[in-house]
Write a protein that binds this ligand. Structure first.
Ligand code: NAD
Length: 366
């Protein structure tokens, strides 16, 4: 299968050019005049199963920006599901506009659009969407997951995401140091939100030396008091002498500027799209001898959790069991990366495509 990645290519083409260049199956433009709803649903690949991915609401500067985002994000979901061994495809939805526009009718109308796809796309929470919003969507469609525990859902996915990121970090440590113990390792956690805090709990138990940063000082104070972690300012985090850098806040923090400052052997964290440019910075990491645990694999715990809910009879232990596979998969990717001399992110994407292609052949027979 042809893989064309750069955002430039996504931006420069006609709509069909953009869809085909990234290999999408469908792009659904939704509009509802009475509520003002404008949403775009991107269905990238459904070979492994229905396309699952959250809905993000954002005040995009242009329609093109929204299209680029939904195409990029839905493609990423395909890889995340495939590499994690889940039987679902990749999809994502974006709603264009100020999150203040949301109300019951607006969200239920979106739910009706999801329902109209007959289960080909399953939605969940993402940026600027709350559990209460999902409850309105669920009034109009059964194709929604990530509901609160009191409603029979899987609840907050962050602990499972953090557990997967922790195991991915251990696998990367094994590759870098020959053993996966994190005891005594200097680990800098950037962002102590939902995932970062749970990740730190695992690191404390292992006896790591932890450095933390965030833009909220009260959070830093609280976590430092509880865990004994050393607080670093957001601007200085890249200059800390550390063994492991764990980005758990923003995307694109591995870039030309930070790479010249980062003094670490491993990068492993939960943030999405950590490499500013997959090709350029993936290669730069190899040249600097830094082991990189691919973000879309090691932060897949959240997807694993909502997938467990989607299968029915949600059981958190099963979600954790599935997340445990991240360790072996991460090691397999890092070994492939070393053997073939290719960036870990590329090795992970190739492994994801291999699974999709082999299963598509299997499905051609009854
Ligand atoms: P969150 O919003 O709860 O936490 C992010 C934290 O980063 C916040 O405390 C925020 O103040 C901090 N932050 C923002 N800008 C910063 C900066 N410049 N420097 C330092 N800190 C900064 O989000 P989360 O749910 O913990 O997710 C963290 C990352 O992991 C995000 O990139 C998210 O997309 C990704 N992710 C989360 C999940 C999940 O289950 N929550 C799943 C997959 C991926």
């Amino acid at each position: 299968m042809v893989e064309i990645k750069t955002e430039e290519m996504v931006k420069g083409d006609s709509i069909y050019g953009q869809i085909t260049s990234l290999g999408h199956e469908q792009l659904v433009m939704c509009y509802d005049e009475p509520t003002g709803l404008k949403a775009i649903i991107g269905i990238h690949n459904t070979v492994l199963g229905p396309a699952l991915g959250g809905t993000r609401m954002w005040n995009y500067a242009s329609e093109q920006e929204a299209i680029t985002d939904v195409l990029r994000l839905s493609r990423g979901m395909t890889f995340k599901a495939a590499i994690s061994g889940l039987n679902i495809g990749g999809g994502k939805a974006v709603i264009i506009g100020d999150p203040k526009l949301k109300n019951e009718a607006f969200l239920r109308r979106f739910g009706k659009f999801v329902q109209s796809l007959g289960g080909k796309y399953i939605t969940a929470e993402d940026v600027n969407m709350k559990t209460s919003d999902m409850e309105y969507i669920a009034m109009e469609t059964a194709h929604v997951t990530g509901l609160p525990e009191v409603k029979g859902g899987g609840g907050d996915p962050s602990p499972v995401t953090a557990y997967g990121a922790y195991l991915g970090m251990k696998a990367a440590a094994k590759k870098a140091y020959g053993q996966d113990s994190l005891a005594g390792k200097k680990i800098a956690v950037q962002g102590i939100g939902q995932v970062g805090r749970h990740l730190i709990d695992h690191l404390v138990k292992e006896g790591a030396e932890i450095f933390i940063t965030d833009i909220f000082e009260d959070r830093l104070k609280e976590v430092a008091q509880k865990t004994g972690a050393t607080v670093i300012s957001p601007e200085d985090i890249y200059d800390v002498k550390m063994d492991i850098y764990a980005p758990c806040a923003l995307g694109a923090t591995v870039n030309d500027e930070t790479l010249s400052r980062l003094n670490c052997q491993v990068i492993a964290g939960a943030a999405n799209n950590q490499l500013k440019d997959e090709e350029i910075h993936g290669q730069a990491l190899i040249e600097r001898g830094i082991i990189y645990a691919p973000d879309f694999l090691i932060n897949a715990g959240g997807l694993i959790n909502v997938y467990a809910e989607y299968l029915g009879n949600y059981n958190r232990d099963l979600a954790y069991q599935q997340a445990e596979k991240i360790y072996d998969t991460c090691l397999a990717i890092l070994n492939k990366s070393e053997k073939e001399g290719i960036p870990a992110q590329q090795a992970a994407i190739e492994m994801a495509w291999n699974r999709i292609n082999s299963i598509s052949k299997l499905k051609s027979t009854y």
